[in-house]
Design a protein around this ligand. Structure first.
Ligand SMILES: Cc1cc2nc3c(=O)[nH]c(=O)nc-3n(C[C@H](O)[C@H](O)[C@H](O)COP(=O)(O)O)c2cc1C
Length: 248
């Protein structure tokens, strides 16, 4: 049985729009292989912020001195999973605060910085500046994110840069779902089915091959609303934001 851990970073928890493509992807995985999935809602966890001492890097197991919250248990699950899916909304062109706070607490899972000067090869190949040091062999990491903007190449650039530095470009796969807020609340059955089917297919492919083809990534990342329809919806949404009961 392969273990899948889904780290849900949206503060909306079960009402997260990002969970729609995430769950479809997981369903595609589970229906095409031997997978067992656990969802961890970061916002519901007791996670104390990093105190900045870096003593974790001095411990052989990289553990944090803070032991009385949920982080030790989460770390155990992250270490032993076969697939880790970080499911998060894009916030200010980066990851949500809750996810950042957790990642800072597990910095001991990464190789420490040892004063090295980077050579050109590392920079050009986008190799990890840290890289995971405690990770089940063969573990795969997927960043499955959603956002409002259509131009995902631009809006995800800072996040890609950050994760290239942390994990190394080859060691994770980002899949970004544009127009999510409008799809979630105004997509209608037909569009939501298109979204579901694309991500289900992605999960099925990943279950069978252990990777995602560029074709599948492109399809999952493709906008579903036309530019004109989407702009109209966003304007309407923002203008009437305070009259709405579907803000959460
Ligand atoms: C504080 C905040 C910042 C956001 N920043 C961005 C952003 O930089 N780029 C973007 O495309 N969408 C941004 N969004 C929109 C969300 O990424 C988008 O609505 C997402 O689909 C929400 O997912 P969720 O329902 O899983 O929380 C932001 C939303 C919030 C609340």
């Amino acid at each position: 049985m392969n273990k899948v851990v889904v780290m849900v970073a949206s503060p909306k928890c079960e009402r997260s729009g990002t969970l729609i493509p995430t769950k479809a992807f997981v369903q595609g995985l589970e229906e095409n292989g031997d997978f067992e999935t656990e969802y961890i809602f970061i916002d519901k966890m007791n996670i104390k912020p990093c105190r900045g001492c870096l003593s974790c890097w001095g411990r052989p197991d990289g553990s944090c001195f803070i032991k009385d919250d949920d982080v030790p248990g989460i770390r155990e699950k992250l270490t032993n999973a076969d697939i880790v899916i970080w499911s998060f909304p894009l916030f200010l062109f980066g990851i949500p605060g809750q996810m950042k706070v957790l990642m800072e607490r597990i910095v001991g899972m990464f190789h420490p910085y040892m004063g090295q000067k980077l050579d050109k090869d590392v920079i050009e190949s986008k190799s990890a500046l840290h890289g995971l040091r405690f990770q089940k062999e063969g573990q795969k990491i997927i960043l499955l994110s959603s956002c409002a903007w259509c131009d995902i190449d631009v809006v995800y650039e800072p996040t890609i840069k950050q994760f290239d530095c942390i994990f190394g470009h080859e060691n994770y796969q980002l899949v970004a779902c544009p127009q999510m807020r409008a799809l979630h609340h105004r997509g209608g059955e037909r569009r939501l089915k298109i979204l579901h089917d694309r991500y289900w297919q992605g999960g099925a492919e990943f279950a069978k091959t252990g990777k995602l083809s560029q074709e599948s990534i492109d399809l999952m990342q493709k906008c579903i609303f036309s530019d004109a329809a989407y702009e109209k919806l966003v304007v309407e949404f923002v203008t009437h934001m305070f009259d709405r009961d579907d803000n959460f």
